[in-house]
Design a protein around this ligand. Structure first.
Ligand SMILES: NC(=O)c1ccc[n+]([C@@H]2O[C@H](COP(=O)([O-])OP(=O)(O)OC[C@H]3O[C@@H](n4cnc5c(N)ncnc54)[C@H](OP(=O)(O)O)[C@@H]3O)[C@@H](O)[C@H]2O)c1
Length: 331
């Protein structure tokens, strides 16, 4: 029997405009980088996606290389989409990306027109979709003229294979160039996807300002520093954690769970408690405090984590004293 999504799914989620565009994203979005590959439990993956949409999470973020193995997250998503979400395509924002190594040889990596267009065609096949809502260039490629990469994004929109385009991990100067080129081509840059969390604040050094000036949205990835900014590592490394599972492809390793970071996490956890939150909820609310941030892009390995993290929305305001105290811990 077909899964019946909850009728009240839009009642509690907050939606924010993506920069100056007409597109709104949920304040919390779900990423499929990990936990949706062939090595993962497929029933859990399906349960997470169902629960997410039931909670008003209308945005699922993928990329060509998500898994492991690369490509398998898109395939698994495609199968679940066909089973559960086919009648809801117009309620969903599905994104994919290309920019990291995907297949052998010079045309399966970086930022050429050849790679970006071929990769999106492959992603659409894997997911069984006619188009994605957002297609990203996954990382800047200094070896390709930025005009070529942005020209490919423009072409993809003209071909009807994506409705909007974005960039990921571009620095402020590269972002300004990309935004201008896309504007001149008539395909505005919808959104930027940078890494941002209490443990990685690089976007405060110019990028947030640039995005505000240019009217481009911002969706922050790894807002929980892959789990470090939750209470899961406060008393050691659990067997069922990402750090323990040696997943590769950029996943956090045990060596990243350092005493210094845990000491900070413990202090932040105390601040969270005073706000009536846990550490994950504090960390997400802290990212969402910026007006220009459209959404936090979280990962979850269990449905319970999704239920837990989404409660960040219950308290998004910070006093100046709280922000100062957090800054002091993070110094
Ligand atoms: N553009 C890019 O270059 C790029 C790069 C990386 C990621 N991304 C995107 O960002 C998304 C999110 O990245 P991420 O998975 O690193 O995000 P994250 O939210 O920082 O980390 C997710 C992990 O944190 C743990 N977790 C989540 N909620 C928890 C909770 N409430 N309590 C305890 N632990 C919790 C889980 O770890 P366990 O698995 O250990 O349970 C989960 O797998 C990706 O799926 C992808 O879409 C983009």
């Amino acid at each position: 029997m077909e899964y019946a999504f909850k009728e009240d799914r839009y009642d509690k989620m907050q939606y924010r405009h993506c920069g100056i565009s007409g597109l709104q994203l949920p304040a919390v979005s779900l990423g499929l980088w990990h936990n949706f590959g062939d090595i993962d439990n497929q029933q859990t993956a399906r349960d997470i996606l169902r629960l997410a949409f039931d909670k008003g999470i209308t945005h699922f973020d993928l990329a060509n290389n998500y898994g492991p193995p690369p490509g398998s997250a898109e395939e698994n998503f495609g199968r679940i989409f066909k089973q559960d979400f086919r009648d809801h395509r117009d309620e969903l924002i599905i994104s994919s990306k290309a920019g990291w190594g995907m297949w052998p040889g010079p045309y399966g990596d970086l930022g050429s027109r050849k790679y970006l267009i071929a990769s999106l065609d492959q992603s659409l096949k894997r997911m069984g979709l006619e188009y994605v809502d957002i297609f990203y260039h996954h990382r800047p490629d200094p070896g390709t003229p930025i005009e070529e990469s942005m020209g490919a994004l423009n072409q993809i929109v003209r071909q009807g294979k994506a409705l909007y385009v974005g960039i990921s991990s571009y620095h402020p100067e590269e972002t300004k160039k990309a935004v201008k080129i896309l504007k001149d081509l008539g395909t505005p840059c919808l959104i930027h996807q940078p890494k941002y969390s209490m443990f990685d604040r690089w976007i405060e050094d110019g990028l947030l300002q640039t995005l505000t000036e240019e009217g481009v949205g911002c969706i922050c990835f790894s807002p929980l520093a892959q789990g470090l900014l939750t209470d899961k590592y406060l008393k050691g490394i659990p067997d069922d954690s990402r750090a323990h599972s040696h997943r590769g492809n950029g996943a956090i390793e045990e060596s990243a769970i350092t005493p210094e970071r845990i000491a900070k996490a413990i202090k932040l956890n105390e601040i969270a408690k005073r706000r009536g939150q846990n550490l994950a909820q504090l960390a997400l609310a802290w990212v969402l405090r910026h007006k220009i941030v459209t959404s936090v892009l979280i990962g979850v390995s269990k449905t319970q984590q999704l239920l837990d993290s989404i409660k960040c929305l219950d308290n998004l305001t910070f006093t100046d004293a709280e922000l100062k105290e957090i800054d002091k811990v993070l110094l």
